[in-house]
Ligand binder design. Structure first.
Ligand code: KIV
Ligand code: NA
Length: 266
């Protein structure tokens, strides 16, 4: 078996095939998704919220992304692994972006990187791509800018915002991105972007017309606690399952039912 590459991703759009993407932050979970046939795994900076206990993606560092990306690469054989460039690791300019993307490729072994921003990040994308590093772009709601957005509002509403989103999509494609995440964009506008671009769109809260769909794995599997965004569908109730297992273990230890004779050595 060989890994999925960005060329396979391009071919899927030619054939009109939709594909799924999930986040992963550790080797074992990644191996489950790899065995389930998920072709692309993102080591997202959503690890800030979902894995590291921060309350946004903003504090996530290159060291954290590099360590967890390496774990996800080690846990998988077939999936294309995309490492997210965290806040502050590419905003200074193309040279900084190349230094940090190179680190993810060399130290973690990712097959591509992702960064946020449309027109504003085009120069970074151009240098990475011309240096041989495939780039997934990310436009619409870009969570690293939460302090500027003042929250996580739907993007591209109104004529002016829609025109800007179309310019951003065109800019990242022209800069050489192999795919574009569209986050929290009205379905009609996401459909328009998907038709306009020859590279695939990867929707999250962007309706059914995108070429691919991505979800944060802990949301998708019902592991995340508390309120979830409207675009999330939970395909399992892992939080309940795991909590029940922990409570059963605790009860049996306290009650003396575990370990039983078959778990003991004599
Ligand atoms: O970090 C992340 O999980 C992401 C996806 C939601 C696209 O950027
Ligand atoms: Na991200």
């Amino acid at each position: 078996t060989r890994r999925i590459t960005v060329r396979d991703i391009a071919a899927a759009k030619q054939r009109g095939e939709k594909w799924p993407m999930l986040t992963a932050y550790d080797a074992m979970t990644a191996s489950v998704f790899d065995e389930a046939g998920i072709p692309v795994l993102l080591v997202g900076d959503s690890m800030g919220n979902c894995h590291l206990g921060y309350d946004s993606t903003v504090p996530v560092t290159m060291d954290e992304i590099t360590m967890l990306s390496a774990a996800v690469v080690r846990g998988t054989r077939r999936a294309l692994i995309v490492g997210d460039l965290p806040f502050g690791s590419y905003q200074e300019g193309p040279t900084q972006a190349l230094r940090n993307a190179t680190r993810l490729v060399k130290e973690a072994g990712v097959g591509a990187v992702k960064l946020e921003g449309g027109e504003r990040s085009a120069h970074q994308i151009e240098l990475l791509v011309s240096s041989g590093i495939p780039v997934m772009a990310h436009i619409g709601l870009t969570p690293q800018s939460v302090n500027a957005f003042g929250g996580y509002p739907v993007q591209g509403r109104g004529e002016e915002a829609a025109q800007q989103l179309l310019r951003d999509a065109k800019a990242v494609q022209d800069a050489g991105a192999f795919a574009v995440v569209l986050e929290l964009v009205p379905a009609e506008l996401a459909a328009e972007v998907t038709t306009m671009l020859h590279v695939p769109t990867v929707g999250i809260g962007a309706g059914p017309e995108c070429d691919a769909q991505v979800l944060v794995w802990t949301d998708m599997a019902g592991m995340t606690g508390g309120r979830l965004p409207r675009f999330v569908k939970q395909y399992a109730r892992l939080r309940e399952v795991l909590g029940d297992a922990a409570r059963s273990f605790a009860d049996e230890v306290v009650g003396g039912a575990y370990p039983a004779p078959e778990h003991s050595f004599h």
